[in-house]
Design a protein around this ligand. Structure first.
Ligand SMILES: [Ca+2]
Ligand SMILES: [Ca+2]
Ligand SMILES: [Ca+2]
Length: 337
């Protein structure tokens, strides 16, 4: 009995020592802050009852492992949130809606200018989820960093592309984001896409179940991406306003050879093309993609410089002008040629 007691007390001491000397990183992984329209920036921000008033204040606390919960309400900002710090793979930095809440981040007081983005993510390992982001002077979200994730957000009424990856951004994942009614009014709509991964991105960028509707330029634009993008189960419909190009999925540009992959994607009622090669000299894979009632549903008029386009299980329905399919291996598709 004595022996058992001794073992138990030794164990207790061991547990206490372990608890006392837990590495700091374990604590860092559980740091939560709250932002509320009824909060105050002189609070400590660590509970709902002592929430901060501004996201600006919460972001001054953000290091690897920080989670910032944003509660219901509209938060108006006239400047860009520059997310320059980085999380890690195990401890990303998160900006999330508080469970069941639908906060709106409103940038309508921003100047209409190329520098007026809503969130500019040049850091790595950020997660932004559950926010409505509206009326930025330029992009709602611009990503040039790596391993970031944006999901379950609505991005709308921005003065340029809703969500853009550029400048080498790599391994970013965009899940279930809707980007709609983005419109660059001063240039009569020629630039604002729903989503863009264009102008020199890095590898590994993926869009899952995203929707681009009623944007002035293109739904998805991969102009001069210089690396392949993957898109799954996404929709680009009714894009094209004013001087906008009005393509659903613009999968190339500037004669860059980028072997993009699209699976289960749908393009309906875009002013110009549902799926548009746009001078991509690489080959594009389209698996189970459908174009319906675009001016042209599938427009691939040029053979790739190497390889062949891989079109499988694709369907073209309606459309004002005929599809153009050149240099493709076509399997089980119904094109209108
Ligand atoms: Ca712009
Ligand atoms: Ca354009
Ligand atoms: Ca475009």
């Amino acid at each position: 009995m004595k022996k058992i007691k001794k073992v138990v007390s030794v164990l207790t001491i061991c547990i206490m020592v372990v608890t006392l000397f837990q590495p700091l990183s374990a604590n860092a992984a559980t740091t939560y802050y709250y932002v509320s329209t009824t909060g105050s920036d002189s609070n400590d921000g660590t509970t709902r009852a002592t929430a901060f008033l501004t996201l600006t204040k919460a972001l001054t606390k953000a290091t690897a492992g920080t989670t910032i919960f944003v509660l219901n309400g509209t938060y108006s900002y006239s400047f860009t949130f520059k997310l320059t710090q980085s999380g890690t793979a195990d401890a990303p930095i998160k900006i999330l809606n508080y469970s069941g809440h639908t906060p709106v981040i409103d940038f309508s007081s921003q100047e209409y200018a190329d520098s007026s983005r809503g969130f500019q993510i040049s850091g790595d390992h950020w997660i932004i989820a559950g926010l409505t982001i509206t009326s930025a002077g330029d992009n709602g979200i611009h990503i040039s960093g790596n391993y970031n994730r944006v999901q379950d957000c609505l991005i709308t009424k921005c003065g340029d592309t809703g969500l853009q990856i550029s400048n080498g951004g790599s391994y970013n994942t965009i899940n279930r984001v809707t980007s709609t009614y983005n419109y660059d009014s001063k240039t009569n709509g020629e630039n604002a896409d729903g989503f863009a991964a264009k102008l020199s991105i890095g590898p590994g960028n993926v869009f899952n179940s995203c929707t681009a509707l009623y944007n002035s330029d293109d739904g998805f634009d991969f102009y001069y991406a210089t690396n392949a993008v993957k898109v799954y189960n996404s929709e680009a419909s009714y894009n094209g306003v004013g001087d906008g190009n009005g393509n659903g999925f613009k999968v190339g540009g500037n004669y860059s050879a980028d072997n993009h992959y699209l699976e289960g994607c749908t393009a309906i009622g875009n002013v110009k093309r549902g799926f548009d090669q746009n001078n991509n000299t690489g080959y594009v894979t389209l698996l189970n993609c459908t174009g319906t009632n675009n001016d042209v549903n599938f427009y691939f008029p040029k053979a790739p410089s190497s390889g062949t386009h891989q079109f499988t299980g694709c369907i073209s329905i309606g459309g004002t002008n005929k599809d153009k399919i050149v240099g493709a291996t076509v399997t089980n598709c119904t094109f209108n040629q």
